[in-house]
Design a binder for this molecule. Structure first.
Ligand SMILES: [Zn+2]
Length: 637
């Protein structure tokens, strides 16, 4: 058997490099990682880090797991944790995963559990014979972080089985040498929505993003072309998700409904936000009386198959393909995808949605890669008129509108998207209050924003340097500024609207549903108030109608009769808070991306915008550009 030979060779290679005193009992392939089970982990930790050296030599990810037979009693292990970890770490919980042999340590400062050069982690492993996994206790309680952890914990047997299955496929001997690479547009080309790209490299097939297009006329338009002959779910090696917006991950549960049982790769924050956004998708469907095409079972299945990766971590995902995720600067956890195919044969970067510019929330997207031949890039704001005002101008405008409104006794309503834009605006407002640019008034927050913000506070390492440093080193969390008031049960909207001067942030961002619509109904007829849009208003939404200057709009139906309100409040739009690159930033990215790609493929944009950007890139940068349509394939190698 050729296949088992390759795995056997790898096992032998590892075995040979590890001192016999370590007492290796088993070597397992668990997803992209190789788990080495030993009786005496301490042997490997004294002196140089043997495991690290072996991993480097074999270019594989190796984890050390103590053999189940030697693990310390749990109570005893816990005692050791509290003895060794300094109290400043603020441990809030220690629990165990018997299947994976892991000891999860939740702490307010997980860095203090890790120690310098992981020294404390190594000690904990050597004394408890459990593999310590430090995680951050979110400063805001997050129902989702908790329920996803519970889901993983309860199903660790299933997960281990899945990881072993994936591991066997990843490390098998390739049957053929890869000699061609093809990219197929399954969705999200010359359109915005249902992003999905099939990359075929010899026998390895990778799906990049798996998005939906909510509001499409039918299922054929709502989901990627999974029905295509060339798309065979059983031969798919991996799915990679760039970020947790529905148009990039909304069809993932559908793939599991159709029988996919392989791994899904994304960043850890993306995994958590995906749980939030997919659950919300089902809740909204239920509220609107629709039966969605998949249910909570498939959402959970998709999450259980997710393998979270850190940015910059090189990972084998198929015999001939290595994956590395890089920061995309679009929303929390958003990633650019780098695929290294066939031992240097070809390198692809897929940007996903990206922001090549500074925001308060995130660092700008990465633009330097080890190697690059084909760049697949979004073109949302690729049109000639898609030039946004600078951040400074945009923030100054927001501050000016707020001050003018508050000084005449009015209140400000800002409809926001729960993930990303809401947190960006929170940071802008917190800064404005701190710098006394606006008066210190209550900022009421309602909708899914709070849950999303809690997830943001759980991953400060993924945020912009300034916010991260504030949270990690100064112990100041701008998301917890005292002006923010969470609308919980018992707080009435009418009291807020009739109370003292204030700012209100609520979902949805386009006024089509949710608390934002309820506030609008209460506030629209008072000319002292202001409404500020901070994100794109899709055609056909109430937000768009109001933005375009309608003086009277229907906001509801009571007993089948339309209920209208007069729009007397001031209506403003602050462009420039976008998480996307504008046209200038897209072109600047093409100019600076290193190394220079041989070919650019454009996706994620309306027809004319993609076409306009394509011709400009060709003209100015002399790189061949493809702008494929739905179902087109491009042979890139
Ligand atoms: Zn997006």
């Amino acid at each position: 058997m050729v296949q088992s030979n390759h795995l056997t060779l790898l096992r032998e290679g590892i075995l040979k490099s590890i001192p016999p005193e370590a007492g290796v009992t088993r070597i397992d392939f668990e997803g992209p990682e190789i788990a080495v089970y030993v009786k005496n982990p301490a042997v490997l930790l004294s002196g140089g880090d043997v495991v690290k050296t072996v991993a480097k030599a074999l270019r594989k990810r190796i984890v050390l797991r103590p053999d189940p037979a030697v693990r310390k009693d749990k109570e005893e292990a816990k005692k050791i944790v509290y003895e060794l970890v300094p109290p400043e770490a603020g441990i809030t919980n220690v629990y165990f995963d018997d299947v994976m042999g892991e000891m999860i340590i939740e702490a307010k400062k997980p860095g203090l559990v890790i120690g310098k050069n992981s020294s404390l982690l190594k000690q904990l492993l050597a004394y408890t014979f459990w593999r310590p996994v430090p995680v951050r206790t979110p400063p805001l309680k997050s129902r989702f972080v908790e329920s996803v952890s519970t889901l993983f914990h309860k199903n660790s047997n299933y997960r281990l089985k899945m990881l072993k299955e994936a591991g066997r496929r990843i490390h098998r001997t390739p049957l053929y040498r890869i000699d061609n690479v093809r990219v197929t547009a399954l969705g999200g080309f010359r359109e915005v929505g249902r992003s999905s790209i099939l990359v075929e490299a010899g026998e390895d097939k990778i799906l990049l993003d798996c998005g939906a297009k909510p509001g499409a006329r039918d299922y054929m338009g709502e989901f990627p072309a999974f029905w295509l002959d060339d798309f065979d779910i059983d031969s798919l090696s991996a799915v990679v998700i760039t970020h947790a917006h529905l148009d990039h991950c909304g069809a993932l549960p559908l793939l599991f409904k159709y029988g996919y049982r392989g791994p899904v790769y994304c960043s850890e924050p993306t995994k958590m936000l995906m749980a939030l956004i997919l659950k919300d998708y089902l809740d909204v469907a239920e509220k609107e009386g629709r039966t969605p095409i998949y249910g909570i079972r498939e959402v959970k299945m998709a999450l259980l198959h997710t393998i979270a990766l850190n940015h910059g971590e090189v990972t084998d995902i198929a015999p001939g393909v290595k994956l590395t995720l890089h920061n995309a600067g679009h929303i929390l956890g958003s990633s650019m995808v780098h695929l290294h195919i066939g031992e240097g044969l070809h390198n692809i970067v897929y940007t996903g949605d990206f922001k090549y510019g500074r925001t308060r929330l995130l660092e700008p997207a990465t633009y330097v890669f080890p190697r690059l031949e084909t760049l697949i890039m979004e073109s949302t704001y690729g049109g000639p008129n898609d030039v946004m005002p600078s951040r400074e101008e945009t923030e100054a405008k927001l501050v000016e509108i707020i001050n003018r409104t508050l000084s005449r006794g009015g209140k400000v309503l800002i409809p926001v998207l729960a993930v990303g834009r809401a947190q960006e605006i929170m940071l802008v407002l917190a800064n404005a209050v701190e710098k006394k640019l606006i008066p210190s008034v209550p900022i009421y927050i309602e909708g899914m924003i709070q849950e999303s913000t809690a997830i943001h506070t759980a991953y400060p390492e993924s945020l912009a340097r300034e916010v991260r440093d504030k949270i990690l080193y100064e112990d100041v969390n701008p998301f917890l500024a005292e002006n923010f008031v969470i609308m919980t049960k018992g707080r009435e909207r009418l009291d807020v609207v009739e109370g003292e001067p204030c700012i209100i942030m609520a979902t949805s961002g386009m006024l089509n549903a949710g608390p934002a619509l309820e506030y609008f109904k209460l506030m629209a007829e008072d000319e002292r108030n202001s409404l500020i849009f901070v994100s794109y208003q899709v055609e056909g939404t109430l937000g768009r109608t109001v933005q375009e200057g309608a003086k009277e709009v229907v906001v509801d139906y009571v007993d089948g009769k339309p209920l209208a309100v007069k729009v007397k409040m001031e209506v403003h739009t602050c462009e420039g808070f976008s998480g996307h690159s504008d046209r200038r930033q897209l072109l600047r990215f093409v100019e600076r991306v290193t190394p220079k790609p041989h070919r650019i493929i454009l996706c994620h944009g309306e027809d004319e915008k993609t076409a306009s950007l394509a011709s400009n890139i060709e003209k100015f940068y002399k790189v061949p550009v493809d702008a494929p349509s739905f179902l087109n394939s491009v042979r890139v190698r």
